[in-house]
Write a protein that binds this ligand. Structure first.
Ligand code: NAD
Length: 509
């Protein structure tokens, strides 16, 4: 099903300008690069990219601001984050519109992304009163051993197009509460929402009297990211994007002994056991696999189904896929919006063709919609492909709505298939067998950073730490104790006796 006619590029331009105006942001016009919308695939504005002088100034300013911000009491730092959260709440609708215009997310998911930003601000405000270390029993009489946590420095945030605002907020809200300052290099595909977020943080800083330079935005391409990666003034590089990007960023930051927090590609799977509640499974699978047009790092890409229920489940999924409303993401009835670019559509078609050459059978979808009305946009029909084995194509992340279906006979075989990919982000099992569920979550089960039972692979809450293993990069962001990546621990030994006792009973002098 294709939903109603698309808005015009002119309508989208006007709508974007209105949203930006309401948050108080302006478009820095220039010749650097184009802001475009995947809804029509056309250009919206020509923008100025940051110059080398801008990058240098931002690095120096955020480093300087760090020197005072780190001594501001953490609960006072939390006031800045609290105000940011309030402003995000006030402008939720405008921010969601900008996300839809630039990333093509359907309205409900764009609103969800902004809600996630509000949630992480609330979390970080609480965190600003909970940055605690441990007291450890000392082996020496009259001594106290303690662990204290200190701000780290400037955090460089490099972010991807598909969560153009939430990933910034996960990093920024926590980093600011921890006493760090932030430089942000967003995706070159989503500059407008970045301008809006940056302006709201500026406003929050003005209102609470925080230093102006606690944050900076640098618009532009990967060359700006590379400057941040190589600069020793940046203590932590938090980079979200493809595994290709992480492979470049990781060693470069390590070469200067900087820290990285890498959030990279996923190739997420769900195991569907014979005892599964199939109504639940179908809903969970369709949202995780086709939602966000398959452009979430946690998108469900592989379905590992028990042979006894494979035909029944696949029939239900193909029928649900055939009815998916595809089209204008602003239309309330749409569930699948556009892919980010025609290049992403080409990559999708290429993967499907290659897997077909390896014996894969397309069961539903795979076509293109709205090519006549919007030839520069990329509306893809989510596709299900049945495969007999986990070929090299299945083991890759193609950032598009392709769901590969594999079958299994034993639980051990399902787990082996599940873990036999280079990535390790998200996973799930649909089962009513408690033993099987617990085994999937145990150390002999899923090897991913996220492992779920009876829900899909996507749609995490901010309260838990988010991230994955293997080629996903090993980073953890957002909730739980992910804040520790933004601080440095120090171990303190305090002697309150009148004797100098050495550890391990060493005697000297
Ligand atoms: P991308 O790797 O093309 O770009 C991400 C960012 O990295 C952009 O800002 C880009 O300019 C910058 N960049 C690229 N090469 C760089 C380099 N050598 N040095 C410094 N900066 C560089 O990714 P994308 O297409 O925007 O996003 C999609 C990818 O991101 C998918 O692989 C997806 O799985 C992944 N992703 C992962 C997570 C996660 O939390 N694990 C979240 C969102 C997206």
């Amino acid at each position: 099903m294709t939903t109603a006619a698309l808005p015009t590029t002119e309508d989208l331009r006007t709508r974007a300008l209105t949203c930006l105006e309401r948050v108080g942001a302006t478009v820095p016009e220039g010749t650097g690069f184009q802001a475009r919308t995947p809804i029509t695939g056309e250009d919206l504005f020509r923008l100025a990219a940051a110059t080398e002088a801008d990058v240098e100034e931002a690095l120096a300013a955020t480093r300087e601001a760090f020197l005072t911000w780190r001594t501001t009491p953490a609960p006072r730092r939390g006031e800045l984050v609290r105000r940011l959260g309030e402003l995000l709440r006030d402008h939720k609708s405008d921010l969601a519109d900008l996300i839809t215009i630039e990333a093509g997310k359907i309205r409900s998911e764009a609103l969800g992304e902004v809600q996630e930003m509000i949630d992480i601000c609330e979390f970080a405000v609480g965190l600003s009163r909970q940055l605690y270390g441990r007291t450890i029993a000392s082996e020496r009489p009259g001594h106290r051993l303690a662990e204290t946590w200190h701000p780290l420095g400037v955090v460089g945030v490099i972010s991807a197009f598909n969560f153009p605002a939430a990933v910034w907020s996960w990093n920024t809200a926590v980093a600011l509460a921890c006493g760090d300052t932030v430089i942000w290099k967003p995706s070159e595909l989503t500059p407008l929402i970045s301008l809006a977020c940056d302006r709201l943080l500026d406003r929050a800083a003005e209102e609470v009297g925080a230093p102006r330079d606690v944050h900076r935005l640098l618009l532009g391409d990967r060359a700006i990211g590379e400057r941040i990666v190589d600069d020793p003034r940046v203590a932590l590089v938090s980079a979200t994007g493809s595994t290709r990007m992480g492979r470049e960023v990781g060693p470069r930051v390590a070469a200067r002994f900087g820290r990285t927090l890498l959030e990279l590609g996923g190739n997420n799977a769900a195991v569907v056991a014979p005892s599964a509640d199939l109504d639940l499974a179908v809903q969970g699978i369709v949202f995780a696999a086709a939602g966000t047009a398959g452009q979430r790092c946690t998108t469900l890409r592989r379905l590992i189904v028990h042979r006894d229920i494979a035909d029944t489940l696949v029939a239900r999924l193909t029928s649900a896929y055939a009815k998916l409303p595809i089209g204008d993401p602003f239309d309330e009835g749409t569930l699948v919006g556009p892919l980010i670019s025609t290049a992403a559509l080409d990559a999708m078609h290429d993967s499907v063709a290659r897997v077909q050459a390896q014996g894969g059978k397309v069961l539903v979808g795979g076509g293109r919609r709205l090519a006549d009305t919007a030839p520069r946009a990329a509306y893809a029909e989510p596709v299900i492909v049945r495969v007999d084995e986990q070929t090299d194509v299945v083991r890759e992340e193609t950032f598009a709505p392709i769901l590969y279906v594999l079958t299994y006979d034993t639980f051990e075989e399902a787990v082996a298939l599940h873990n036999d990919v280079p990535q390790g982000l998200s996973s799930s099992i649909f089962t009513r067998d408690q033993q099987e569920a617990e085994r999937f979550l145990s150390s002999e089960g899923s090897d991913c950073g996220i492992a779920n039972v009876n829900i899909g692979t996507s749609g995490a809450e901010i309260g838990g730490a988010f991230g994955g293993e293997k080629e996903t990069g090993g980073g953890r962001e957002s909730g739980s104790d992910a804040w520790r990546a933004y601080m440095r621990p120090a171990t303190n030994t305090i002697n309150y006796s009148s004797h100098l006792a050495l550890a391990q009973n060493v005697s000297f002098l």
